[in-house]
Write a protein that binds this ligand. Structure first.
Ligand code: HAM
Length: 496
């Protein structure tokens, strides 16, 4: 007998849903490239995201909540059909619901025709199943590999160009790329992103975005970061540069003396996307790439001035940076400013943030002309990893009070005081069953509680509580008001 028993649920011939019922015992594990973020680790994530939210809000960015999947065509158009992200890494599926709806509509039209003579029925059924198979598939949908495309789509869809000023938006959430998992690289990973969309492309906007990023990293204990900046020009000057680059790369490829110096990926990119050759990390390709023409020597006057002004702005704001002429980024929508931030302790996946300007994107997606954009996305997984590797993990508040109670009369008092402490922002554990005091204090210790609140017969009759600080076993007798005030002031003092 088969290991699995198969259950077929059919509402009719046309709609069949098959369910595999597993009969064997097995344990499930998170799918490759995804992971669980467990407590107490999750507290560090919350703290990091909260620090980011506060920093973003202090620069007047407001949150936009976006869908986790979009039409595949949106990413193909925005990020670029020839990029690795769209070409190889998206989780794409046909929306079965969409096909199901079409099938239902088809049935609605067809069923009335069923009133026919038996001899016609056979032919009718043959046609019916052919037509059913010919119905178009569902729409192609992809889990979002990034969110800039979604922000631009939402900006257009909601006519945000009519709102006053630049739109300064941020998002926090998971992204999905089918990459080979390794340290710092996951298939479901998290980003905190910020985007500015509007009529202006002043370099002051780029500089403010970069300043905000570094303030955020400082606030979130992310040390030893390096900011790299570049300008990859506009459609015009970049187009000419790309052609020059392609010609130079073709010469290398076609010259027998240098032909072997470029690997298969770079050879392919000479035709599809020569800029991406500059991204190569292969050691054997480096000497060739270093000799290629540099975009900084081929920017048009307007792009050169934009980049020069950006650098002045960075100096004005005392933002340390390094120029990297090879920083072209793997997404097609960028124009002019591109940047990346690297951090220590991450091995080869050391970029904690990437971003840049994307002035033509809104128009490319069918929106109004002239809208400019710039933004970044921080890879939260990598930021957290770097904080941990550098040993800068902040002390985060955990369990404040464990309530140890004995005796029937202690229980209502314990429930009451637990409610009051929680209302004042303290984390309180009230065990569901009575425990001997020794056992309760042992558990409080294991749970990492700061205090044990002891409520026994004596406390009930005297109307006081015994509060024991677990770090040094110091005890205090306090009435309810004193207790609430004391613990609240402790909480404020610890910043919890
Ligand atoms: P990106 O460089 O593709 O840019 O991603 C930004 C950051 O997300 C990376 O620097 C990295 O920290 C993190 N990241 C990317 N892929 C993974 C992965 N597989 N596992 C873990 N972390 C990863 C963008 O996504 C653009 N949308 C940024 C942007 C916003 N440009 C303008 N506005």
């Amino acid at each position: 007998m088969n290991r699995y028993s198969r259950l077929l649920v059919c509402s009719d011939d046309f709609c069949a849903v098959s369910l595999l019922l597993m009969t064997e015992k097995r344990q499930f594990r998170a799918v490759k490239g995804t992971r669980d973020i467990l407590p107490p680790h999750s507290a560090l994530w919350n703290w990091f995201e909260q620090s980011a939210r506060e920093t973003l809000q202090s620069y007047n960015f407001r949150e936009i909540r976006l869908p986790i999947f979009e039409e595949t065509a949106l990413f193909a158009r925005a990020v670029g059909a020839d990029t690795d992200i769209v070409g190889k890494e998206m989780f794409t599926f046909l929306d079965p619901f969409d096909r199901y709806e079409r099938q239902l509509k088809f049935l609605d039209e067809e069923l009335p025709k069923l009133d026919m003579a038996a001899q016609d029925l056979q032919k009718y059924l043959r046609d019916f199943s052919r037509k059913l198979e010919d119905l178009p598939e569902g729409d192609s949908i992809s889990l979002r590999p990034e969110a800039t495309a979604s922000v631009a789509r939402a900006y257009i869809e909601h006519g945000m160009q009519t709102l006053p000023g630049n739109q300064k938006l941020y998002y926090v959430g998971p992204m999905f790329r089918r990459e080979r998992p390794q340290k710092g690289r996951y298939r479901q990973f998290y980003q905190i992103g910020a985007e500015v969309l509007g009529q202006s492309d002043r370099p002051a906007i780029d500089a403010e975005v970069l300043e905000m990023l570094l303030v955020l990293f400082r606030r979130a204990a992310l040390k030893d970061t390096t900011l790299y900046v570049n300008s990859i020009g506009c459609q015009e000057c970049r187009g000419q540069y790309v052609e020059l680059l392609r010609r130079e790369l073709q010469k290398i490829r076609d010259n027998p003396a240098t032909a072997g110096k470029l690997g298969p990926d770079s050879q392919r990119r000479i035709e599809t996307n020569p800029l991406r050759v500059l991204d190569s990390k292969l050691p054997e390709e480096q000497p060739v790439i270093e000799k290629l023409p540099r975009i900084s020597d081929h920017l048009c006057a307007a792009c050169r001035q934009h980049f020069a002004e950006l650098k002045e702005e960075l100096t004005l704001r005392q933002i340390p940076y390094k120029e990297n002429w090879r920083l072209v980024r793997g997404l097609d929508y960028y124009t002019r400013t591109t940047f990346e931030v690297t951090a220590t302790g991450l091995g080869s996946q050391n970029a904690v943030c990437g971003g840049g300007r994307y002035d033509g994107l809104v128009e490319l997606l069918g929106g109004p002309a002239g809208v400019k954009g710039i933004g970044f996305a921080i890879g939260t997984d990598r930021a957290i990893l770097s904080i941990q590797e550098s040993g800068n993990v902040p002390r985060l508040p955990g369990l404040s009070v464990f309530i140890a109670r004995m005796g029937a009369k202690a229980y209502p008092l314990a429930v009451n005081v637990a409610g009051k402490l929680r209302a004042r922002g303290l984390a309180v554990e009230l065990p569901p069953q009575e425990m001997k005091f020794g056992k309760a204090l042992g558990l409080a210790d294991k749970l990492g509680a700061s205090y044990a609140l002891i409520i026994g017969d004596e406390e009930v009759s005297s109307g006081t509580f015994t509060l024991k600080r677990l770090a040094d076993a110091q005890q205090k007798k306090l009435n309810e008001n004193e207790l609430l005030e004391y613990l609240e002031s402790e909480r404020r003092g610890s910043g919890a």
